[in-house]
Design a protein around this ligand. Sequence first.
Ligand code: PSU
Ligand code: MN
Length: 297
Amino acid sequence: MIKYSEAVAKALGDKSPIVALESTIITHGLPRPKNLEVALEVEQIVIEAGATPATIAIIDGQIHIGLEPDQLTRIANDENILKASIRDLAVISTQKKSAATTVAATSHIANMAGISLFATGGLGGVHREAWQSWDESADLLALANTPVLIVCSGAKSILDVSATLERLETLSVPILGYKTNKFPGFYLTDSGFELEHRVETARDIAQIWRARGDVAINKSALIVANPVSNQMDKALHDQLLFDGLSKAKIDGVVGKAVTPFLLDYFHTNSKGESLRVNIEIIKANAALAAQIAVALK
Ligand code: PSU
Ligand code: MN
């Protein structure tokens, strides 16, 4: 079912550190052609930190863990590539289609392959007005059911962050603030919500990950929340959020199109600010995930 890149197959054989990377961020989260440039840079950052990058995607029905440069180029340039969550995997692979994988699908596939480190930008979660739309990302259930260590910059601020945190508590998914007591807000350093647990080093995180086995916790993810250092201008952020949410409503955007629509709205209207922050987030999270992967060995 799975095809490994040469580098990932070797790293799995050697039991050396590996970091899984999601592809939806590349195809549906960043504008072309910048997306390819960032995807390649992120892989380089993981390598420089001593780990092997494993970008996950489906190409012509084949699930790939680790993409060769031509494959990465292909998915980054494909405007019609699908966005696959866990429920789409068997359909897309049977129908020989190509798709990028979300946090949910990437965690699922990484876990199948025994890769425990995963870096992304922001988690999916409970959408605003979910009490009406029932729009809650499949990322949440996947985090409850998949034992991966996921480094992110919190949940996207387009979401109902408070409800997302409540759901993560219900689902028993722990969150560690990396050098922070605040839950990060993706574009913003602080979402306005406190975290209970704080850690200072990659080694501390590795130790907590290992200790989970001692208390028979082996089902859920462990979230490491790494805040962006230079956050987006707060006033601009709040304005774009307000405008983007109303435009999504007017345009009748629903389902899996909501998140890409809002991310694109930010990128188009922030004059590069949201893009700068988004890129910084992905790079910093990939670097930290690689450090943790190394610390675990
Ligand atoms: N973080 C980003 N950019 C993205 C996403 C996250 O910086 O594009 C993607 C992830 O793949 C995440 C998905 O799993 O958005 C959530 O989509 P939804 O709300 O439809 O579940
Ligand atoms: Mn949704």
